[in-house]
Design a protein around this ligand. Structure first.
Ligand SMILES: [Ca+2]
Length: 290
């Protein structure tokens, strides 16, 4: 588990007791910035975070064993991803192809989302060493898709289809199917626009009912954690334009949802970030049956 503002990395025991395994040096927390995403693959822990002047992806050797985990020296894989007080993206995950994917926000510079030479407003795809794979859509570039405002959730269906959630400005939040080289429209359009050359979302919601962040796919269903909407949204993979609400209003703002190895869901609340109304036990990690 990562903490945005402190930069701490924690391991949780089976009974939920947290233990600090390390702290990412150089995290510059402020606004929506900080330690934003982690992923674990083989013997490394990967982290996406806001530093003093940019967003970065680093990896750390993971040492020890459960109960005594630690991290080794940082290795910077990507630097120079534009940062700002808002719209830093920050989710990272390994795809079924073994590549590392990262969501980046427009960092307040809207036109940059359409600039394929900029790393902001994109979904990036890289090797575990942070290099551009030879089969990326734009030769030599980490850019996998563009025209994004502030995507924060990515997940893959069993057939390999990639999905991403995205915060809209004030009209439409989006669920997109991500294709290599696709242009998802920001800032030209928001939501379903039927515009030549732009890829429309498969579903959209009003930000007050959504503000979608983390995402997981379990047993044929997409689950999305929503901040302002304060609910878990469930979308069947075979009917991606439909959805139903779970846990609405029960736990406040929800930041992330992850699939547990036993088929249950872990959900991370986000009530202590200055925009919620935290209870005495916030923030919490919930475990629920799908
Ligand atoms: Ca869009």
């Amino acid at each position: 588990v990562s903490e945005r503002d402190s930069g701490r990395l924690l391991e949780l025991s089976a009974d939920g007791t947290p233990r600090q395994i390390g702290q990412v040096a150089g995290v510059s927390a402020g606004g929506e910035g900080g330690l934003l995403g982690i992923a674990v693959r083989d013997t490394y822990l990967y982290a996406y975070f806001t530093a003093a002047g940019d967003n970065r992806i680093q990896r750390f050797p993971l040492t020890g064993k459960p109960g005594s985990l630690g991290i080794g020296a940082a290795e910077t894989l990507v630097e120079g991803i534009p940062s700002a007080g808002t719209h830093n993206g920050g989710r990272i995950a390994f795809g079924p192809d073994g590549m590392l994917y990262a969501t980046t926000g427009d960092a307040g510079d809207r036109p940059s989302a359409q600039d394929r030479d900029s790393l902001s407003g994109k979904i990036l795809r890289m090797t575990p060493e942070g290099k551009a794979p030879s089969d990326n859509p734009f030769p030599g570039s980490l850019v996998y898709s563009y025209g994004h405002r502030n995507p924060q959730g990515i997940a893959w269906a069993p057939d390999g289809t990639m999905y991403a959630s995205e915060f809209g400005q004030d009209t439409w939040d989006e669920l997109n199917v991500i294709k290599p080289g696709g242009n998802y429209g920001w800032p030209t359009v928001e939501g379903i626009a039927h515009r030549e050359g732009l890829t429309d979302p498969v579903q959209q919601w009003r930000p007050a009912d959504a503000s979608p962040s983390g995402m997981a796919i379990v047993d044929g269903q997409i689950y999305i954690a929503n901040l302002r909407g304060a609910r878990l949204r469930q979308i069947p993979l075979d009917r991606p334009a439909t959805s139903s609400d779970r846990l609405a209003g029960e736990y406040g703002r929800l930041r992330d949802v992850a699939a547990a190895p036993d088929g249950s869901l872990w959900i991370l609340t986000n009530n202590t970030d200055g925009r919620g109304e935290p209870g005495s036990e916030d923030d919490r990690i919930l475990r629920v049956e799908p």
